[in-house]
Design a binder for this molecule. Structure first.
Ligand code: NAP
Length: 245
């Protein structure tokens, strides 16, 4: 009932981070995996490392025309995971709207268009997992836009679940801070300091790792009674105490 054996899963954002971990775990559980993102060589390397016949296909979710053409060429699938995104930061009072609009293109409109265009390829009984993040309901300084786009994805999740049931279920993973390539542009010591201080504020005493999110994603994809939910896998971030300023 909950098995991935013989199922096909498409992971958009599967070349790195949480998506890569979802793909790896699904392949080990017997699923046929298709990785998608923008960089062909990163995709090819990830597919080879995962093995088990993992396929890959290039797409930029922010190019609506390209997504439409790409989706028509896909095979039928059971599960769609969209972990691809980008982020923009800055204080509310001074942040330029250009980077914020680009983030909405990548993290809201990209998943919207991708899910809409891939939908005809999803078999009845399948499901979709979108991604938001803790900032939707626990704001952080310099993260107003990111919190807002996460909130938009969560609202979209509930609306899609309402419209697509009973054939397709839709849920949203809202991770807390997880060690991933998303932070690879930071200097090593600053990144570790950030992981350390955030981890200390969490109920579990540390930040997460991609496999912990992947485990919950796969279990939710295959649970036929779960739809329209925001899954907080966040080390207790939602109920943590905030440090005083
Ligand atoms: N890591 C965290 O602490 C954390 C916390 C809260 C929420 N989240 C959310 O969790 C999700 C996964 O995060 P992550 O840490 O795994 O990120 P990541 O390691 O940066 O992975 C993002 C993936 O998306 C692909 N991608 C980016 N833009 C794309 C586009 N326009 N079209 C297609 N593919 C694109 C990237 O590959 P290419 O660049 O090669 O295309 C990359 O493989 C995101 O939605 C993120 O906002 C993460």
């Amino acid at each position: 009932m909950f098995t991935l054996e013989g199922k096909t899963i498409l992971v958009v954002g599967g070349a790195s981070g949480i998506g890569r971990s979802v793909a790896e775990m699904a392949a080990h559980q017997g699923a046929k995996v298709i990785l998608a993102s923008r960089n062909a060589s990163r995709l090819a390397m990830a597919a080879e490392e995962i093995g088990n016949g993992t396929a890959h296909t290039e797409v930029d979710m922010t190019n609506e025309a390209a997504v439409k053409a790409w989706a028509t060429a896909l095979p039928e699938i059971d599960y769609l995971v969209i972990s691809a995104s980008s982020a923009a930061h800055g204080p509310f009072a001074t942040a330029e709207t250009g980077p914020l609009r680009a983030m909405f293109d990548a993290k809201f409109f990209g998943p919207y268009v991708t899910a809409r265009e891939v939908l005809p390829k999803i078999r009845s009984g399948g499901s979709i997992m979108l991604f938001s993040g803790v900032l939707s309901r626990r704001p952080g300084e310099n993260c107003a836009g990111l919190g807002a786009v996460n909130g938009a994805v969560e609202a979209l999740t509930r609306a899609m679940a309402l419209e697509l049931g009973p054939n397709v279920r839709v849920n949203c993973m809202s991770p807390g801070m997880v060690r991933s390539e998303a932070y690879s542009s930071m200097p090593d010591d600053a990144r570790e300091a950030m992981y350390q201080s955030t981890g200390e504020s969490l109920l579990v005493g540390r930040v997460g790792v991609p496999t912990e999110i992947a485990h919950a994603v796969l279990s939710s994809l295959t649970n036929g009674y779960l739809t329209g939910q925001i899954l907080d896998v966040d080390g207790g971030h939602m109920i943590r105490q905030y440090a005083t300023r």
